[in-house]
Design a protein around this ligand. Sequence first.
Ligand SMILES: Cc1cc2nc3c(=O)[nH]c(=O)nc-3n(C[C@H](O)[C@H](O)[C@H](O)COP(=O)(O)O)c2cc1C
Length: 137
Amino acid sequence: MKYAVRYYTKTGNTEKLAKSVADALGVEALPISEPVSEPVDILFLGNSYYAFSIDPEVRSFVLSLDKGKVGRIVNFGSAAMLNSTYKKVKAEADKAGIPMDKKEFHCRGEFKGLHKGKPDAGDLKAAADFAKSFKDE
Ligand SMILES: Cc1cc2nc3c(=O)[nH]c(=O)nc-3n(C[C@H](O)[C@H](O)[C@H](O)COP(=O)(O)O)c2cc1C
């Protein structure tokens, strides 16, 4: 299995999760400004909610993906109040013709004094364990 990890972050929380996921898989965590040029079985995509939606850059990134190169997307991320961005990412993945795995990782992320220190060490370990579970498939 070949994996890639891409993330979008505004305040660093998704980057922390992405590094944990990527370390567990033995690949590099890269921002979405880095295109997925090599074919991969799974693209782990880290993203968050901003003003009730995903960032337009995340939408454009998913739409730009080549369905011949990306087998499926695994969503991961954090938010302060809302639950996962899964449905928002899936709407774009559907347009790009790329399947989304039903499994995903989501935790709380610090925002303006809420959830201080999140994602914390426990969240990072849980994210790594989540990523490792795909290696046993
Ligand atoms: C500008 C901005 C808007 C946000 N809007 C929401 C929101 O609508 N709902 C929510 O649950 N969290 C919201 N958050 C919280 C983020 O989703 C949360 O802090 C997340 O961990 C940020 O990830 P990042 O550090 O990788 O950017 C917002 C954060 C920022 C910076």
